[in-house]
Write a protein that binds this ligand. Structure first.
Ligand SMILES: [Zn+2]
Ligand SMILES: [Zn+2]
Length: 349
């Protein structure tokens, strides 16, 4: 085992700019593990941080990673150098939300993008030993890097209550909307319609097996008490756009559920009478189910997701991040963009 380098490249977020710099490789506390980043996906939240200015300049993003353990802290016994892992849920395990199986509402959870947290657009990432998940044998590290966004998609599906036999609408076919669509279909929810303005993204939805519409086809009924002719049992809103959130509400069956998965800046204008008269449920979905990563890795290892469609063909380097983010923000890119870890070891099985 070669000794670890002292420094590593990292991508530092600024306001609509990203610089690649050298930083010290993180030191380990006794229960920490150091992971050499194999792949890290670009997330919509990374776009919000860099393009929309939500982030603190100087932070290092990237939370959709897979990698190989390069070093373990002095008290770590469950992991060894060479193990292939993805990140996981950070939660205390003791507060009322953790006890209720909702770890992402944990009151002890740190704010992502602030303080000590360093993301995986870097050579290495440091993680607590309890927040790691083993990559199943036979699953490539590159595909395993979809585990985090897939866990997000699965959480949205859980909160939607969608099940086989129901009609489901997905608004927005960016990377999360596409993963929601693929996961619904893989779980036997076959009547899935995707609303998306971009042609490339609609093509991807079609290739995954969904019906597609353009947003202007989602017309709400005139009266707040009426529902459309072929209403949906659930809508998963993945675009973060106010217009899509508003339109989604008008597509629901009585007692239907709208899940807001995509985050946006502009607030929607909901008709409260439509919610009241149809007893609609509107909820947000933030991060994961308690078993979200295990479920996601199982689904990926099962081979039923079209990961070749869901991941963009060409991996990028840290220096290509800003271009990829601009392309994603413009809707030009349909699949998940993967950054190849800058240390250069991508030893897929
Ligand atoms: Zn993400
Ligand atoms: Zn907790």
């Amino acid at each position: 085992m070669a000794p670890l380098p002292a420094t590593m490249p990292v991508a530092v977020f600024g306001r609509r700019e990203i610089t690649v710099e050298d930083r010290p490789v993180p030191a380990l506390e006794p229960h920490d593990v150091l992971v050499e980043v194999g792949h890290c996906g670009v997330c919509g939240s990374d776009l919000h941080f860099v393009i929309d200015g939500w982030g603190r300049p100087g932070s290092i993003g990237g939370h959709e990673w897979s990698g190989v353990i390069a070093a373990v802290g002095s008290e770590v016994s469950r992991w060894s150098v060479g193990d292939r892992v993805v990140g996981g849920v950070h939660s205390c395990g003791e507060c009322r939300y953790c006890q209720a199986g909702r770890p992402t509402l944990c009151t002890g959870r740190g704010r992502v993008g602030s303080g000590e947290w360093q993301g995986a657009f870097a050579g290495y990432v440091r993680e607590h030993e309890e927040a790691l998940n083993r990559v199943p044998d036979g699953l490539s590290a590159r595909v395993a890097a979809l585990a985090e966004p897939l866990a997000v998609a699965l959480h949205g599906i859980t909160l939607s209550g969608a099940r086989p036999g129901q009609r489901v609408l997905v608004t927005g076919a960016g990377p999360i909307g596409s993963l929601v669509t693929a996961a619904l279909l893989a779980r036997g929810v076959t009547d899935v319609t995707v609303s998306e303005p971009g042609e490339r993204r609609r093509q991807l939805a079609t290739a995954l097996g969904a019906a597609t519409v353009t947003p202007d086809q989602l017309v709400a009924p005139d009266w707040p008490s009426s529902v459309v002719e072929e209403p949906f049992d659930a809508v998963l809103e993945c675009s973060g756009r106010a217009s899509a959130m508003e339109a989604a509400l008008g597509q629901l069956v009585a007692a239907g559920t709208l899940v807001l998965v995509g985050a946006g800046i502009d607030p929607p204008r909901f008709d409260p009478n439509r919610i009241i008269l149809n007893e609609l449920i509107v909820t947000g979905a933030f991060c994961y189910d308690a078993d979200g990563f295990t479920d996601a890795l199982d689904l990926l290892a099962g081979g039923r997701l079209a990961t070749d469609l869901l991941i963009e063909d060409n991996d990028i380097a840290l220096s290509g991040l800003l271009d990829a983010m601009e392309g994603l923000a413009a809707g030009d890119i349909a699949g998940k963009v993967m950054v190849a870890g800058p240390m250069g070891r991508h030893d897929d099985p």
